[in-house]
Design a protein around this ligand. Structure first.
Ligand code: AKB
Length: 316
């Protein structure tokens, strides 16, 4: 069957890379990128692009009617740090956007839906080391509890309407093609840009704050592997834990120093993102992803750092 894939929120950190990868697999015209703004990245303009606002149901309905997508990726979201500045807006966008897309997916008989969750679904009472798939979950950020509620809705639509919805709990994502926007893990991208530009970086999380992270190449591969997995292999319809690599700012800075020996890191104190980071897992157990759809990471801290610096140097 030939696919028609609609990506909503295509201009963001994940969307920018996913559009290119899916177009390489399925052909340019098979992938419709959409976002609330026209893309800064010209690569989207090489294929179909539509302005779409997830909060505007009529607008979304027209989009589904026009393209009759077989697969939908809903990537539009407000992340953790911005979510704390605009809590009601974050809840509205993250929740209403999801429910509208799930309803339209049922109405238009979409074959598969992808929706990203996050390690932010865990909270201060969740085990912080090797956080398991199933445990106490008491997220205390709007982003975190909108993702947790969203996971429940995904499982519900699968059970009640048979919608084939699939999801991953992404760790902090690190890539060179697009910048993240408004998250707690963003430092791990900004540090590379500053290391190359100025040789210095002022981190907003403390030196020993460990968080689960993942290189974008692995995140895109995980997303496509999950979407390609046979439906009967999937035992989780809320969202799969995805571990990646866990490191602290000190460890990342030490790795960068191997390539840029004069690199220096400093730390800003009392940033509100510290409390968010402290409530999240330090490492994740993703054994369900290994077991159900054969997941394995390729990029460790060393390989990711080398690849990030190499690619950023080439585009500078
Ligand atoms: C954030 O920091 O808010 C995101 C996430 C971990 O979901 N990168």
């Amino acid at each position: 069957m030939s696919e028609k894939i609609l990506i909503i929120g295509a201009n963001g950190q994940i969307g920018t890379e996913l559009v290119t990868t899916l177009r390489n697999i399925h052909g340019t015209d098979a992938v419709i990128a959409s976002d609330i703004n026209t893309p800064a990245d010209a690569s989207h303009q090489n294929g179909p692009f539509e302005i779409a606002n997830v909060l505007d149901k009529d607008n979304l309905h027209q989009l589904f009617e026009k393209y009759r997508p077989t697969q939908v990726y809903l990537l539009a979201a407000i992340l953790s740090a911005i979510g704390e500045q605009k809590p009601k807006m974050a809840w509205d966008l993250n929740m209403t956007g999801l429910l509208q897309v799930l309803d339209l997916a049922v109405e238009f008989k979409v074959t598969k839906v992808f929706w990203p969750s996050s390690i932010a679904v865990f909270g201060p009472h969740s085990p912080q080391q090797q956080t398991p798939q199933y445990c106490v979950m008491d997220p205390n950020t709007v982003y975190g509890f909108s993702k947790l509620a969203g996971e429940r809705w995904c499982e519900y639509y699968h059970a009640k309407y048979g919608l084939d919805v699939r999801s991953l709990r992404y760790p902090g994502l690190i890539g060179w093609k697009a910048n993240p926007g408004g998250g707690t893990t963003d430092y791990a991208v900004h540090i590379f840009h500053e290391a190359l530009k100025t040789g210095k970086y002022q981190g907003f999380l403390s030196a020993e704050t460990a968080l689960p992270m993942m290189y974008m190449n692995d995140a895109i591969r995980a997303t496509i592997s999950l979407m390609d997995a046979p439906a009967e292999a999937l035992t989780i319809r809320s969202s799969y834990n995805l571990a990646g690599i866990s490191f602290t700012p000190t460890q990342l800075a030490a790795e960068i120093k191997k390539h840029i020996p004069n690199f220096e890191i400093g730390y800003i104190e009392n940033d509100p993102r510290q409390a968010i980071a402290d409530s999240w897992p330090k490492s994740i157990d993703d054994s369900y992803a290994h077991k159900d759809w054969g997941w394995n990471i390729e990029y460790d801290l060393q390989k990711m750092t080398a690849d990030m610096l190499e690619n950023l140097k080439n585009i500078a």
